[in-house]
Design a protein around this ligand. Structure first.
Ligand SMILES: Cc1cc2nc3c(=O)[nH]c(=O)nc-3n(C[C@H](O)[C@H](O)[C@H](O)COP(=O)(O)OP(=O)(O)OC[C@H]3O[C@@H](n4cnc5c(N)ncnc54)[C@H](O)[C@@H]3O)c2cc1C
Length: 535
C-alpha cells in the first residue's frame, strides 16, 4: 500500500514523476513566454524538522508518533499555499507528536494528557483543510499534538427503518460509502475532496457537497453527534427533529475542532438512486445562465445538481468553445422517474435563452439502472475534470504560478452587482501582483434566495515569492466579498486564514457567547487555538 503523500493530494503513488513536472513546466513556459523550472522533487529525506519538544507518556506511546513523515504530513492542510510550502520543504511549525487513537477512550486519554501537560491538541480528519484549520498557530510555545482519527473509520450500525447510520468520525468518503453500499444505502455527500476528507471533518467544517442543490451542507444529514471535550462527553439524542431550545448539534456543526473531537455521528442516509436525469444547457451569456438557474431553483424542482459555469469555466472544463455558459442540471431518485423534472427544468432554462438538443437530455429509469447516465457529453466532461482537479495541483506546485479559488454566497437581489465588484477587485489585484491573469466563476450551489458563487483565478508569479503574492490577492478578494455583503466562506470554513474577515462578518455578541461555550468545555484553551475565536 502506498502511503499518503506528505506534501501533495492523495497517495505517494499519485505524485507526479520528474518527467511529468518537466513537461508541465515546459507547457506553461510556452504559454506564458517565460522559462519555468520545476523545483527538485520533494523527498522526505530532504526534510529537516525542529526536534520534538514533548514526548507522549508511556501509556499513550503506542498510538503516538514522532516520525518525520508523520509530522511533516500533519503540518499543513491542502491549500494552494500549504502545497507550495510543503513542496519547498518549509516546515517551521510542525506538530511535536502525531497521535493515531484507535478508540474513543484513546481520545479521552489524549485530551487528558494535553489538558494536564499544557499541550495544544489539533483534531485532524483527512487534513484537506484549505483555511489553515489543522495547522499549529505560529509561535505556539506549548507542545503541539495532532490527533488523526483515521483508525476510527467504521460504519457501526445501520437503522434501515429510519434510514440512518452510526458512523465513526475518521471514515474517509470512499470507505464510508463502501460500507453503506451492501445495505443499499449512501450518504450522498460529495465534497470535491471526498476521497481525502472525513465525516468528522465535514461535520466540524459544515462542508458543502456537490450533487447537492437540495441537501447541500452536511448539517442536513446529521441526526445526532457525539463529541469528546476536555471536560466530558457531549452527545445529543437521535431525533428526526426537535424544537427543544438551541440545538446541541448545531453548536458542534462548524465548531472546527475548538470545542471537542467528534468521534461518531448518526447520519441520515438514502437509498441509492437508480432513476437519474441530466442535461447541459448552454447560454450565449453568463447573465442568461444565472437567470435560468434562478428560475429552476425558485420553481422548487429541487435538482440534485444545478451548477452554472461561466464561459471561461465552460471552455476549460466542459469542452465548450469559451463563448458560452453552461448550466448542468441533474436529478436523481431511488423511487421515481425524473423525466418530468428534467423536462420542466429544461423548459425553464430554454425560456431564459438556453439551448439544448432534445437528444442531449439523458434519462435513465430504475429498471435499466445504468450507472453511467449523466457522465456523457459536456456533463461527463465536467464531472471527470472536477474529480481530477485536485491532483493537477501536484504537478504545478512550486512552479511559480499563483492560482487558487474562493467561494461565497449572496442573495439574488445583490448578485449581479456583487459579481461586478468582486471581479473588478480581483482583476485589479491580479494585474498589480502578477501583471494579469485569468478569473472565472461558477455556481457550486444555488438556493431559492441566491447563489453560492465559486471563483477561480490564476496568474504568473515568481518562484519563492508565492506567499506574498498569494496573500495580496487573497486579501483583495476577501475584502471585496465582505464589502459587497457576501460571506467569507460558503463551505471552505474559517480556520486561521479567514479569521480577519470572519471577525467582521460575525456578530460580536455571538463571539462572546462562543468564547463562553469554549470556556465551559475547554477551560485551558488547548483545542485548536486561533481558529474561529481567540479564547
Ligand atoms: C481539493 C479540495 C477540494 C475541496 N472541496 C470541498 C468541497 O467541495 N466542499 C467543502 O465543503 N469543502 C471542500 N474542501 C475543503 C475541505 O475538504 C473540507 O473543509 C472538509 O470538510 C475537511 O474535512 P477533513 O476530514 O479533511 O478535515 P481536516 O482538514 O482534517 O480538518 C478540518 C477542520 O476540522 C477539524 N476537525 C477535523 N476532524 C475533526 C473531528 N473529528 N472533530 C472535531 N474537529 C475536527 C480540524 O481541526 C480542522 O479545523 C476542499 C479541499 C480541497 C483541498
Amino acid at each position: 500500500m502506498s502511503r499518503r503523500s506528505y506534501w501533495g493530494w492523495g497517495l505517494e503513488s499519485d505524485e507526479p514523476t520528474e518527467q511529468q513536472r518537466i513537461d508541465y513546466a515546459k507547457k506553461l513556459s510556452e504559454r506564458h513566454g517565460v522559462t519555468l523550472t520545476p523545483p527538485p522533487h520533494p523527498t522526505i529525506s530532504g526534510v529537516s524538522l525542529r526536534a520534538p519538544r514533548i514526548s507522549a507518556p508511556a501509556e499513550l506511546a503506542g498510538i503516538c508518533s514522532t516520525d518525520t513523515h508523520d509530522r511533516a504530513g500533519h503540518t499543513y492542510g491542502k491549500s494552494f499555499l500549504d502545497t507550495v510550502k510543503a513542496t519547498r520543504g518549509v516546515f517551521p511549525n510542525p506538530p511535536d507528536v502525531v497521535a493515531f487513537p484507535r478508540t474513543e477512550a484513546d481520545i479521552v486519554h489524549l485530551l487528558e494528557w494535553c489538558d494536564t501537560a499544557g499541550n495544544v491538541a489539533i483534531p485532524y480528519g483527512g487534513g484537506s483543510s484549505v483555511v489553515g484549520g489543522v495547522e499549529a498557530p505560529k509561535n505556539e510555545a506549548r507542545g503541539i499534538v495532532s490527533i488523526d482519527l483515521r483508525e476510527l473509520n467504521q460504519v457501526l450500525e445501520v437503522d434501515a427503518t429510519s434510514r440512518a447510520a452510526r458512523i465513526q468520525a475518521g471514515a474517509l468518503g470512499p470507505a464510508l460509502d463502501a460500507q453503506l453500499k451492501p445495505h443499499g444505502f449512501t450518504l450522498r455527500h460529495f465534497p470535491q475532496s471526498f476521497e481525502w476528507s472525513t465525516l468528522g471533518g465535514w461535520l466540524a467544517t459544515r462542508s458543502g457537497g456537490h450533487y447537492a442543490t437540495n441537501h447541500t451542507h452536511i448539517d442536513d444529514f446529521a441526526e445526532s453527534i457525539r463529541m469528546v471535550t476536555p471536560r466530558g462527553i457531549w452527545e445529543s439524542r437521535r431525533l428526526p427533529g426537535s424544537g427543544a431550545g438551541p440545538s446541541p448539534d448545531r453548536m458542534i456543526l462548524g465548531s472546527e475542532g475548538i470545542l471537542g473531537i467528534i468521534t461518531e455521528a448518526w447520519m441520515r442516509i438514502q437509498a441509492r438512486p437508480t432513476f437519474r436525469a441530466s442535461a447541459g444547457v448552454t447560454f450565449p451569456t453568463w447573465e442568461a445562465g444565472f437567470e435560468a438557474a434562478r428560475r429552476v431553483v425558485q420553481a422548487k424542482l429541487w435538482p440534485a445538481n444545478c451548477r452554472l459555469l461561466d464561459p471561461i469555466e465552460a471552455g476549460a472544463s466542459a469542452g465548450l468553445d469559451g463563448t458560452r455558459a453552461i448550466l448542468i442540471l441533474g436529478f436523481e431518485s431511488a423511487e421515481l422517474s425524473q423525466r418530468w423534472n428534467i423536462t420542466e427544468a429544461v423548459r425553464l432554462a430554454r425560456d431564459a435563452g438556453g439551448l439544448i438538443d432534445e437528444a442531449d437530455i439523458l434519462v435513465v429509469d430504475g429498471a435499466r439502472g445504468g450507472e453511467d447516465v449523466g457522465r456523457q457529453g459536456a456533463v461527463g466532461e465536467w464531472r471527470n475534470s472536477f474529480i481530477r482537479a485536485p491532483y493537477t495541483r501536484n504537478i504545478s506546485a512550486g512552479l511559480g504560478m499563483i492560482g487558487d479559488t474562493f467561494e461565497t454566497s449572496i442573495t439574488w437581489d445583490r448578485w449581479p452587482e456583487f459579481d461586478r465588484q468582486v471581479r473588478a477587485a480581483v482583476t485589479e489585484a491580479l494585474q498589480r501582483v502578477c501583471g494579469g491573469g485569468t478569473l472565472s466563476c461558477r455556481f457550486t450551489h444555488v438556493y431559492t434566495d441566491g447563489p453560492a458563487p465559486y471563483y477561480t483565478y490564476s496568474g504568473l508569479g515568481k518562484p519563492g515569492a508565492e506567499a506574498e503574492m498569494w496573500s495580496e490577492i487573497k486579501k483583495a478578494a476577501s475584502d471585496a466579498l465582505i464589502a459587497a455583503g457576501g460571506t467569507i466562506t460558503h463551505h471552505h470554513a474559517v480556520g486561521r486564514d479567514h479569521r480577519p474577515w470572519y471577525d467582521i462578518q460575525r456578530p460580536d455578541m455571538f463571539a462572546s457567547a462562543l468564547r463562553a461555550a469554549k470556556k465551559a468545555v475547554d477551560p485551558n484553551g488547548i483545542l485548536n487555538p486561533g481558529v474561529l475565536i481567540d479564547p
